[in-house]
Design a protein around this ligand. Structure first.
Ligand SMILES: NC(=O)c1ccc[n+]([C@@H]2O[C@H](COP(=O)([O-])OP(=O)(O)OC[C@H]3O[C@@H](n4cnc5c(N)ncnc54)[C@H](OP(=O)(O)O)[C@@H]3O)[C@@H](O)[C@H]2O)c1
Length: 402
């Protein structure tokens, strides 16, 4: 993966860092220096880290985390103004995905530390570019940006973070940092499921009937808005108390999964062209019968056994088991004229550029469940772990006055 990000720089030693240190690079680099020698800041920063996997108590505030370093010429260092949490942060805190993710982590970090710790969680950020690598053409220090950092990298619950320029985009002007941080990871996940996995786009979506299971959470609330922006007809499955919320986001029909049997309610409706499943578990045992058969209709789920299998069985056997499961399920449903798919979050600055435009046009807005101060990160984890999210849990790393 990292190989695609450009060659590693070796300018005299492993910790050497290369900067353009100013605006977009024109001709010769102005300056090459070690990050730690910058007179503008110290070599350490505050961050929430974990030193082992486990329950919430493993979260530790550390004022002396090593400042991030630009290792590749297309990387940028961002000062984080706001971050947000996803269910992935809860599961990663407990070790979920470690077997696969450690394979993709920076080998230098793993080699010098002997393991992945201290690990910084948090995938979303909204903040300001501080430094740019030599190949960074689209950003300059001072730019307000947003990004979702892939889970094999150090996360965003820290004062500064290093990201590939490919993962970053200029943040929507219409949102504050706190608002913007609610969107990148969940929107890119919905984007990946709807566009990359299911082939939906703004010009082929009009009138398509889409069912969203788990419509009131982080992914569901943005998926409704994306689909409505492209003209689809959306049926949202959520609990009664989120009915007004999902309707306000544009859902055409709402099904309360708690008060009445979901299947019975769905039987009364027309069949669907697409089902987006944000819930998992038993849902895939019954949901596919509500797809139009032999019409190209697709069921896409975000809940997959890939990382659980690699954690349990190791990388090779886990991947093999996952491949077998996926092929078996795909074939089983294909025989009935229905497409069964798994989908995953995909980091992408380019997709975020398009999402920025949709936000600034007023077609997508963040849905924020609760905002926590940086000092209260463990409380934010506890809140998310209790479930029943209505949009996103945001961390104001820097308090904003809007
Ligand atoms: N594959 C990937 O790369 C990927 C990426 C992002 C997320 N995910 C996964 O996708 C899932 C959704 O993510 P998220 O960020 O949207 O989570 P979230 O913000 O925690 O939202 C989940 C929502 O589902 C609702 N819910 C629970 N059971 C339900 C049911 N039976 N029917 C309808 N709604 C139900 C919850 O509210 P109530 O309980 O109050 O109804 C909550 O609103 C998570 O499991 C996450 O791990 C996967």
């Amino acid at each position: 993966m990292l190989a695609t990000l450009g060659g590693k720089l070796s300018l005299g030693g492993p910790r050497v860092t290369v900067f353009c240190g100013g605006h977009r690079l024109k001709g010769r680099p102005r300056l090459r220096r070690e990050l730690g020698t910058s007179p503008r800041r110290s070599t350490v920063m505050p961050a929430w880290v974990i030193d082992r996997y486990g329950p919430n108590q493993v979260l530790r505030f550390n004022k002396n985390v090593m400042f991030p370093i630009i290792h590749y010429p297309n990387e940028v260092i961002i000062k984080v103004h706001a971050a947000s949490l996803n269910p992935l942060d809860i599961t990663m805190r407990s070790g979920y995905g470690a077997a696969s993710l450690n394979m993709s982590r920076d080998p230098l970090h793993i080699r010098t530390k002997g393991n992945e710790f201290p690990l910084v969680l948090g995938r979303d950020l909204s903040g300001v570019i501080m430094e740019c690598g030599l190949d960074v053409k689209y950003f300059k220090p001072g730019d307000e940006v947003w990004a979702a950092i892939p889970p094999w990298k150090q996360g965003t619950l820290s004062e500064f973070v290093v990201a590939s320029g490919n993962e970053v985009s200029l943040k929507p002007k219409s949102l504050s940092h706190t608002e913007a941080a609610a969107l990148p990871f969940v929107t890119l996940t919905a984007w990946s499921a709807l566009i990359n996995t299911c082939g939906l786009q703004k010009d082929n979506c009009a009138g398509k009937r889409v069912l969203i299971l788990g419509a009131a959470g982080g992914v569901g609330t943005v998926a409704i808005q994306l689909l409505k922006a492209w003209g689809a007809h959306v049926t949202a499955v959520c609990s009664q108390d989120s009915s007004a919320l999902v309707r306000s986001l544009g859902a055409d029909h709402v099904i309360d999964y708690k008060s009445e049997n979901t299947e019975e309610q769905l039987k009364k409706l027309e069949l669907f062209d697409l089902i987006l499943d944000n819930v998992g578990g038993s849902t895939e045992n019954w949901a596919l019968k509500f797809l139009k058969p032999w019409s190209g209709a697709k069921y896409v789920t975000l809940i997959t056994p890939l990382l659980l299998n690699t954690d349990r069985l190791g990388l090779a056997d886990g991947m093999l088991q996952t491949g077998i499961t996926m092929a078996t399920k795909t074939m089983k449903h294909l025989c009935k004229g229905k497409h069964y798919r798994w989908s995953f979050f995909a980091p992408s600055g380019l997709s975020l550029d398009e999402i920025t435009q949709l936000v600034d046009e007023g077609k997508i807005r963040p849905v924020i469940d609760e905002v926590f101060a940086f000092a209260d990160v463990p409380k934010a984890f506890e809140k998310l772990e209790r479930g029943h999210s209505r949009g996103k849990t945001v961390i104001a790393v820097i308090q904003e006055h809007k």
